[in-house]
Ligand binder design. Structure first.
Ligand SMILES: Cc1cc2nc3c(=O)[nH]c(=O)nc-3n(C[C@H](O)[C@H](O)[C@H](O)COP(=O)(O)OP(=O)(O)OC[C@H]3O[C@@H](n4cnc5c(N)ncnc54)[C@H](O)[C@@H]3O)c2cc1C
Length: 481
């Protein structure tokens, strides 16, 4: 018996582990460990749980039609998995396990414990690097170290893919099992009853592989050509909206890359497709960083000297940021979009993250956690990478003296104030100049707050703080590492 262990790869197409299992002799079965307590520990947002569970329902049905039983085992946490898997492997007579590798530390520890348990049973585990385009340890600098600067990484990444990329295959769905039944459907439905999400939130999204593939087709046909020009404007639908699908694996990143490469054959699409491929490269970049720097999984900063930064602990400021009441319209619109939809535009993720860590001078880890608690696409590597980039504690960090001006960002990327008006209705009546700086207009008291901190002086304060942190680090070392 061959077993496919599904994790964040909830699809049947372009799924290398499943295809390998199907190419072996003997029957194939499938397993998914439900780990709700682990989700609690990892601050997984209710909306993401909802997305994963609904995608599992579709996966179970799809596999049943292929004659493959998807068993859902309620494990609670990762710790329970080795013994539960040992039991099922014995009962089913499994000889080989196929799965997609995962890179954060807890996931790797889980897999090491499982590998040890399976070695005792003489069961082979075949892990594939299918959640990335380039496996994490393949590209190294001339010194043999991991790439920590994106530009240099991207050049090698492109070259490697030019010679190694294999287009993913669609999985043939056998006609013989059209009436196949997903027996553990009720276990997933039961878990769904424990997810506190309202219909106003879920109604905006469509989970599952089928919807993800359709979304990719739609994006390539309608938006990819204009991606480079439109992607920075939050009022437009200029990006793919595929992040949740990519992070839960209802869509393979190889399918995205293949679609973009094919589009590049068309001169009119070339610029947009090349730019979009760059975003897929960022995704791989942060995953290889996560795999090779385990301290990130322990909450550590990529740049150890930044562990000496003395963060403020102003709860009122943190709450104002969470609730979209900072008095900076673009920041507030973005935070309200996050809470109301479970998604935020990339430009705004950078603006709000920089605002929290540089203007409010609050520890970036608090913002990282808040994002995870709300994002449907919450993805440890991308979220941590994005937060540390914005807070200048990470790889490829924006130099710490560079601080986004939230008013300038607003004027540049939401010039008509359209996005702000959508999410901050109390400013809707203002013209496209005043909407970015409403304090210049006498507002009714209580209508919209004045800025909670001034922008002026932030860059100087940040520069000083980073200098002191560096000095402490040079004198005392990395006490927090
Ligand atoms: C502070 C911060 C937090 C973030 N948290 C997450 C997160 O939890 N989950 C997540 O998937 N992305 C995260 N990102 C990256 C990025 O904002 C989202 O991937 C993007 O906004 C998703 O929208 P899209 O699918 O329309 O992207 P598109 O522009 O269509 O990009 C295509 C895909 O490329 C990947 N991608 C794009 N930009 C990045 C990036 N900067 N880093 C890594 N991958 C990228 C995503 O998988 C995305 O779906 C974060 C960025 C920042 C600055």
């Amino acid at each position: 018996m061959n077993l496919v262990w599904f994790r964040n790869d909830l699809r049947v197409n372009a799924h290398r582990a499943l295809q390998q299992a199907l190419s072996e002799d003997g029957p194939v079965t499938a397993l998914y460990f439900l780990c709700e307590k682990q989700w609690d520990t990892h601050q997984v947002a209710p909306l993401r749980r909802w997305y994963v569970l609904h995608s599992l329902l579709e996966l179970g049905e799809q596999l049943a039609r292929m004659g493959i039983e998807l068993e859902i085992v309620d494990a609670g946490t990762f710790t329970a998995i080795p013994s539960l898997l040992t039991q099922r492997v014995r009962e089913l007579g499994v000889r080989q396990i196929f799965c997609t590798r995962e890179y954060p530390l807890n996931e790797r520890r889980r897999d090491e414990a499982v590998a040890a348990a399976m070695a005792e049973l003489d069961v082979a585990i075949h892990g594939v690097d299918d959640s990335v385009l380039v496996p994490p340890r393949v590209l190294r600098t001339g010194k043999g170290t991991p790439y920590t600067v994106f530009g240099a990484y991207k050049r090698r990444w492109d070259a490697w893919l030019d010679s190694h990329f294999q287009p993913p295959a669609l999985t043939e769905i056998a006609d013989t099992h059209r009436d196949g039944v997903f027996h553990d459907r009720a276990v997933v439905e039961q878990a769904l009853t424990r997810v506190p999400v309202s219909e106003s939130l879920t109604g905006q999204w469509e989970p599952g592989e089928k919807a993800a593939r359709q979304q990719l087709d739609r994006f390539v046909t309608r938006q990819l050509a204009g991606y480079q020009k439109q992607r920075d404007f939050p009022a437009l639908t200029g990006t793919s909206g595929l992040s949740a699908a990519l992070s839960a694996g209802t869509l393979s990143v190889a399918s995205c890359y293949q679609a973009a490469r094919e589009a590049m054959a068309d001169a009119g699409m070339r610029e947009g497709a090349a730019c979009w491929i760059g975003e897929l490269a960022w995704r791989d970049f942060y995953r290889q960083i996560m795999a090779q720097f385990p301290r990130l999984s322990r909450g550590g900063a990529f740049r150890p000297e930044t562990e000496w930064l003395q963060w403020r602990r102003d709860e009122d400021h943190f709450l104002a940021w969470c609730e979209g009441r900072t008095g900076y319209p673009l920041v507030d619109a973005a935070m309200r979009q996050l809470v109301a939809t479970g998604w935020m535009h990339n430009r705004l993720r950078m603006v709000t993250a920089m605002f929290l860590s540089k203007h409010l001078w609050l520890d970036w880890r608090r913002g990282e956690a808040f994002f995870m608690e709300h994002l449907m696409d919450g993805d440890f590597a991308a979220n941590n990478g994005g937060w540390q980039w914005s807070a200048s504690s990470g790889t490829d960090a924006v130099p710490y003296f560079r601080v986004f001006n939230p008013i300038r960002q607003s004027q540049r990327f939401d010039p008509e104030g359209e996005f702000i008006a959508r999410w901050v209705p109390e400013l809707r009546h203002l013209d496209n100049k005043t909407i970015h700086e409403p304090w210049k207009q006498p507002l009714l008291a209580g209508e919209y707050p004045p800025p909670i901190v001034p922008h002026q002086g932030v860059r100087e304060a940040v520069t000083e703080s980073f200098k002191s942190a560096k000095k402490m680090y040079d004198e005392l070392g990395s006490a927090h590492e």
